[in-house]
Design a binder for this molecule. Structure first.
Ligand code: ADP
Ligand code: MG
Length: 279
C-alpha cells in the first residue's frame, strides 16, 4: 500500500448531484475509505436524512444520536457529533438521523440559513481533528441542505452515472453552483467529475463518457467506476466496498480515483510558473 499524498491545506469537497441514485453516497464513502486506508485523515459529513453514508461507514444513526441535525441547528458543536468509522482509524463521520428530514423546512426561518454548515466548520472547530479532507454527502435535491454544503465547501465533486439522461439536470446544478459562487462563496468551483456505474457492454456508456469528457475536459477523472455487484452489496453489510471485497474492480477503481484526487491536491498548493493548478 503506497501512502497517498496529504494536501498542504485541508480540502473541503461537497459531493453533489440533485439526481438520486447516481452514486453520491457510494462515491463519498468509498473515496473516504480509500484515502483513509492510505494514510490520509478524512471526515465525512452525512447531509442526507436517509443516513446511507453513516450506515456504510458503520456509524450509529438512530434518532437521539448526536448528528449533523443538531449541528445545523446550533445546539451542539460539530466535534460533539463526530464518531469514528469502523472502516479505518483515519476515518471520522458526523452521522445523519431521520430528524434531518425536517431541517430543510426548519432552516427556512433561521438566521443565515444558507451558512449554518460553514459556521459550524469555522476555525478552530476542525483543527483538533487533524483531518486532511472533509467530504460532504448531499441529499438528492438542490434544497437548503445542499446549498449549505455548497456554501461550506471549496470544491464540488459531481458523480455522473453513465446512463440515459446522465446530463439531464446538470445545467441546473451548475447554475446553482454559479449562484452560490457569486453570492455566498467565491471559492467554490467544480474541481472533480467522476463517471460512475460504467457498463462496458453498452455503447451508451461510452457515448456518455466521451460526451462528458468533451464537455468538462480535465475536470473529469481518468478513472471510471464500473458497475459492479460488489459495490451495491457492501452497504448491506454496513461496509464500504474496500472492506467488503478489497480485490474487486469496484474497490480498486475507487482507490485509483482517490489516488487521482490526492495527486491533484498535492499539486494544488505547489506554485508553478503557470500559476496554481485550478479549473
Ligand atoms: P445517491 O447517493 O446518488 O443516491 P447511491 O450511491 O446511493 O446514489 O447509489 C445508488 C444505488 O446504486 C445504490 O443502491 C448503490 O449501492 C448502487 N451503486 C452505486 N454505485 C454502484 C456501482 N458502481 N455498481 C453497482 N451499483 C452501484
Ligand atoms: Mg445518497
Amino acid at each position: 500500500r503506497h501512502a497517498m499524498p496529504r494536501p498542504a491545506r485541508r480540502r473541503l469537497m461537497t459531493v453533489a448531484n440533485q439526481k438520486g441514485g447516481v452514486g453520491k453516497t457510494t462515491t463519498t464513502v468509498n473515496l473516504a475509505a480509500a484515502l483513509a486506508m492510505h494514510g490520509v485523515r478524512v471526515l465525512v459529513l452525512d447531509l442526507d436524512p436517509q443516513g446511507n453514508a453513516s450506515t456504510a461507514l458503520g456509524v450509529e444513526h438512530r434518532v437521539g444520536t448526536p448528528s449533523i441535525y443538531e449541528v445545523l441547528l446550533g445546539e451542539i458543536g460539530l466535534v460533539d457529533a463526530v464518531a469514528p468509522s469502523t472502516a479505518s482509524p483515519n476515518l471520522l463521520c458526523v452521522p445523519a438521523t431521520i430528524d434531518l428530514a425536517g431541517a430543510e423546512i426548519e432552516l427556512v426561518s433561521m438566521v443565515a440559513r444558507e451558512q449554518r454548515l460553514r459556521q459550524a466548520l469555522e476555525p478552530p472547530m476542525l483543527d483538533d481533528l487533524g483531518v486532511d479532507y472533509v467530504l460532504v454527502d448531499c441529499p438528492p435535491s438542490l434544497g437548503l441542505l445542499t446549498v449549505n454544503a455548497l456554501v461550506a465547501a471549496e470544491e464540488v465533486l459531481i458523480p455522473i452515472q453513465c446512463e440515459y439522461y446522465a446530463l439531464e439536470g446538470l445545467g441546473q446544478l451548475l447554475s446553482n453552483i454559479d449562484l452560490v459562487r457569486s453570492h455566498l462563496n467565491t471559492q467554490l468551483h467544480v474541481s472533480t467529475i467522476l463517471l460512475t456505474m460504467y457498463d462496458g457492454r453498452t455503447k451508451l456508456a461510452d457515448q456518455v463518457t466521451s460526451e462528458v469528457r468533451q464537455h468538462f475536459g480535465s475536470t473529469v477523472l481518468r478513472t471510471v467506476i464500473p458497475r459492479s455487484v460488489k459495490v451495491s452489496e457492501a452497504p448491506g453489510y454496513g461496509q464500504t466496498v474496500l472492506a467488503y471485497d478489497p480485490g474487486s474492480r469496484g474497490a480498486m477503481s475507487y482507490v485509483d480515483a482517490a489516488r487521482e484526487i490526492a495527486a491533484r491536491g498535492a499539486l494544488m498548493e505547489r506554485p508553478t510558473p503557470d500559476g496554481p493548478q485550478r479549473n
